[in-house]
Design a binder for this molecule. Structure first.
Ligand code: ATP
Ligand code: MG
Ligand code: MG
Ligand code: MG
Length: 566
């Protein structure tokens, strides 16, 4: 590709509202353009990256025996009513009416549509198991779209659905192969990730793993052991630890853990919740706290209405001490915080209603915590029971210390069991001619989010650092004076043709711009290999070669370039 034919639109500055490195860089590199809150255009440069991700996902899905189809984005309400999700899903589901006043929604996932197809197409055990996938645009009317394509409203997902005659087949032929395919996909993409045991959220069913890309800016918190395979998201770690991150099914319920003061202090520090002073007092007095929950509210949510009455019934030194401390700490930034006498689910629901970002709680068993982002999950009913806790000094499998890290959820595998197949009567005849409900699994990957997550993990002050697998171009040729110097132009054109013939995805930056602009752009765009061609070097038959990760370029012979790049 020649840059003069292509479209490159880089920016020196990122817009003020972009908080994350990946968001800033995606805008500055011209990968995406915002159209409205949570709605983006993938510009030509960004689309090349997106397609590379898609292709890797497609290859591995095909290899794992999943079959590609393409379902509609707009879905009829009837199917959603049948599954029960029309009532259940809340405001994240964008609902619309057609000209005949019939109800539809923009699909946030496709369980209903695929189950409807399968119940009509598959009637016998002989046709099972089957696994279908597509790579398709989804819409979720997120409460807080943010961080660019990381949490958009319209985004691209790979979603797959598998159907089985029995549970053994779901695990053996569906869940496990998908889990393995996900590991291959994220390995090939060069991401530093961890599969973690997860709660099944609004989708229901049992058995689930999230694939979390490790990044300090991640919205999720994962808990893992530093010496064993244990890894779970923090919601699940508080309730139902699995026996290992590579074990797809829950083996047993682990014992409930009571955290110590240190753990809470560490968590608060980790989450960077600015209540250091408050915490000290609370934790010290709170060790024997009674039934009390501390709600942390941030942003513009008001909390005043609840304080007095709810506190009245709570008799611990902690509750007496807390309100003053808290108000002193938080009054200034517009947020507010207060303790309430709710427990378990009740306070979780309350927190949702109030738009809390984080919740830390205690009950008569001691302190416990959770890292829910309620604003985000407000549409999802059924929070994990956050009364149970993760300990600091023993991970739940008894091996090693439990550590916390932040993550970005890029993939999710679920054993849905019969949640949809029973509600929608997806049945088949077994080998005795008896009608049975199918077992079902579903498997999502956030294609667009992966692009942001990869940048979040790999960038420096100069820009994006792509792996070869995801880069929009593998190599860029930067000629000095392409327009004016015949020698440079001829050498650059020749090298360009040579690399193209060798199958390298190469960009020839023939734009009529200052050298500094071209060099800066090549770094901002994160292209893995760069070859700078100038008159001076060419006299000795040399060019300047650098990998994006190198701190300095090296002189190499023109005819050595292909070997370096390939
Ligand atoms: P999150 O917890 O981040 O809201 P989710 O659990 O609601 O994600 P799933 O229903 O598991 O998402 O969907 C599968 C995948 O789709 C997720 O693992 C994630 O990578 C991606 N995804 C979900 N919501 C968004 C979004 N708003 N923008 C971009 N990608 C998303
Ligand atoms: Mg969500
Ligand atoms: Mg999630
Ligand atoms: Mg999920």
């Amino acid at each position: 590709m020649k840059a003069s034919q292509f479209f490159i639109s880089t920016l020196k500055e990122a817009p003020a509202e972009a908080a994350l490195a990946s968001h800033k860089l995606m805008i500055r590199a011209g990968l995406i353009k915002a159209n409205a809150s949570g709605l983006y255009t993938w510009m030509p440069m960004g689309l090349r990256v997106l397609r590379k991700v898609e292709n890797i996902v497609r290859e591995e899905m095909n290899r794992a025996g999943s079959v590609e189809l393409l379902m509609p984005v707009v879905q009829p309400a009837e199917l959603w009513q049948e599954s029960g999700r029309w009532e259940f899903y809340g405001k994240e589901l964008l609902r619309l009416k057609d000209r005949h006043e019939r109800d539809f929604c923009m699909g946030p996932t496709c369980e209903e549509v695929i189950t409807d197809i399968v119940r009509k197409e598959i009637t016998s055990y002989k046709q099972l198991p089957k696994n279908f996938y597509h790579i398709q645009t989804k819409f979720r009317d997120e409460v807080r779209p943010r961080f660019g394509v990381m949490r958009a409203r319209e985004f691209v997902m790979k979603d797959a659905y598998s159907f089985h005659a029995d549970y053994e087949s779901l695990v053996r032929d569906g869940y496990q192969p998908m889990y393995d395919a996900y590991c291959r996909i994220f390995d090939r993409l060069g991401l530093n990730y961890r599969p973690v045991a997860a709660d099944t959220g609004s989708i229901g069913g049992t058995g689930s793993h999230e694939f979390q890309v490790l990044a300090d800016s991640g919205e999720d918190v994962i808990a893992y052991s530093d010496t064993s395979d244990y890894a779970a998201n923090v919601e699940l770690a508080a309730t139902l630890p699995l026996s290992g991150s590579r074990a797809p099914a829950a083996e047993s319920l682990a014992k409930v853990h009571t955290p110590d003061v240190k753990t809470i202090a560490a968590l608060v520090e980790f989450l960077n919740i600015p209540i250091e002073k408050t915490l000290k007092s609370i934790v010290v007095e709170g060790e024997n706290a009674g039934e009390i929950v501390l709600l942390l509210l941030r942003g513009d949510h008001e909390f005043n209405d609840i304080k007095a009455e709810k506190l009245a019934g709570v008799k611990t030194p902690l509750t007496m001490a807390a309100p003053e401390l808290i108000r002193a700490q938080f009054g200034a930034d517009g947020g507010s915080l207060g303790p309430v006498g709710f427990k378990g689910r009740v306070y979780a629901d309350f927190a949702v209603e109030k738009g809390a970002d984080w919740v830390i709680g205690a009950n008569e068993n001691g302190w416990h915590y959770t890292g829910f982002n309620f604003g985000r999950d407000a549409a999802e009913p059924g929070f994990a029971d956050i009364r149970n806790v993760v300990e600091g000094d023993e991970s739940p499998d008894g091996q090693g210390r439990l550590k916390l890290a932040r993550g970005i959820e890029v993939g999710h595998v679920f054993q849905l069991r019969d949640k949809y197949s029973a509600a929608m009567n997806a049945a088949f005849l077994d080998n005795n001619g008896k009608a049975q409900i199918m077992e079902m699994g579903c498997y999502g990957i956030g294609i667009t989010r992966i692009v942001a997550a990869a940048i979040e993990q790999n960038n420096d002050e100069r820009g994006i650092i792509w792996t070869d697998a995801m880069a929009p171009f593998q190599a860029v040729i930067v000629p000095m004076n392409y327009k004016k110097s015949d020698t440079v132009r001829e050498a650059a054109d020749r090298l360009y043709a040579q690399l193209q013939a060798a199958g390298v995805d190469v960009l020839l930056d023939d734009r009529d711009e200052r050298a500094g602009v071209l060099l800066n752009d090549s770094e901002l765009l994160g292209i893995p290999h760069r070859i700078v061609i100038g008159d001076r070097g060419l006299k000795e038959g040399q060019v300047e070669y650098a990998r994006r990760t190198d701190s300095e370029a090296q002189s190499i012979a023109l005819d050595e370039v292909a070997a370096k790049v390939l």
